[in-house]
Ligand binder design. Structure first.
Ligand code: ATP
Ligand code: MG
Length: 273
């Protein structure tokens, strides 16, 4: 199952307090964002810190509503969070007193859709999907960071959402684990066909994962360019796709696109943080 996502002329304005006068003023986080994600597509959203990536994700997740514009899933306006969309966050979000299996089962239980036997079977299947069969009965503190994120991915996919939203899910991992999980994610995406929006500030990660890479600029946040990444992913398994000239060319293109934006002054960053 996979869904389409559409942002049409979306703006998001927050009220923030000024430093000197403590008066509330408008802070434009997103302005005129247009973005379409096709069913089954893996889109990477890349941009500098504070450009509004998580704000976009919150809108699609239904955690917030846009100040203006429309956010649609399968052509329907989003009115709140739903089981058709699932989020994997950067920080680990497992319940420490539940095993990997029990964490997945709890999410399934919350949907109210599955019997106890179905929950057990789905948890087993999805932990297998992320390569954690042997660790199914471990508690989060007995798992590495990468394993915890795999459990979170298994949990998110277990109830078959049409959209998987990922906000820097591998940001806290070491480089090697990160690369391995990126490869695994491509495999999982190919097997499940789920639409994925993957947020990152890492250009290499964006180019490796994305069929398309949406480049955001900041102040105000907008999508400045969407780059089609036409790499032969079947070759990624056997060879190191990251070291090919084609990969380097895409990486450079996205880098140059990001560089063309004015640097944010530090005091501005702090004023709105
Ligand atoms: N609830 C809020 N109230 C006020 N300002 C906010 C709120 N949420 C976000 N912002 C501001 O909107 C801007 C975009 O924030 P957002 O979290 O979307 O950035 P980001 O691209 O995800 O950054 P990072 O890569 O650091 O996670 C930032 O300047 C942030 O301070
Ligand atoms: Mg963010």
């Amino acid at each position: 199952m996979s869904s389409s996502i559409e942002l049409r002329d979306v703006s998001q304005v927050f009220a923030v307090r000024g430093d000197e006068d403590r008066q509330l003023r408008d802070f434009v986080a997103l302005q005129g964002v247009d973005l379409t994600v096709a069913p089954g597509e893996l889109l990477a959203l890349v941009g500098p810190s504070g450009c509004g990536k998580s704000t976009v994700l919150d809108l699609v997740a239904g955690l917030t509503r846009p100040t203006s514009g429309r956010v649609l899933v399968d052509g329907e306006e989003i009115t709140g969070p739903g089981l058709d969309r699932s989020v994997v966050f950067q920080q680990y979000t497992l319940l420490p007193w539940r095993t990997a299996t029990a964490n997945v089962e709890l999410a399934l239980e919350a949907t109210g859709r599955y019997t106890r036997a179905e929950r057990r079977e789905r948890a087993r299947e999805h932990l297998e999907l992320v390569g954690l069969t042997e660790f199914a009965h471990r508690y989060p503190h007995e798992l590495s960071g990468g394993m915890k994120q795999r459990v979170a991915i298994a949990r998110s996919l277990s109830y078959e959402p049409g959209v998987l939203l990922m906000d820097e899910p591998f940001g806290a991992l070491d480089a090697q684990t990160r690369e391995r999980l990126q490869e695994e994610l491509v495999g999982i995406w190919e097997r499940t066909g789920t639409t994925i929006v993957f947020i990152t500030h890492d250009i290499e990660e964006a180019v490796f994962l994305g069929q398309r890479v949406a480049v955001m600029s900041s102040r105000p946040g907008r999508v400045k360019e969407v780059v089609d990444i036409d790499l032969d992913r079947s070759a990624a398994v056997e060879s190191d796709i990251r070291s090919t000239p084609e990969f380097a060319a895409y990486r450079h293109h996205v880098w140059a696109s990001l560089r063309q934006q004015p640097a944010r002054r530090l005091e501005e960053v702090e004023r709105v943080a």
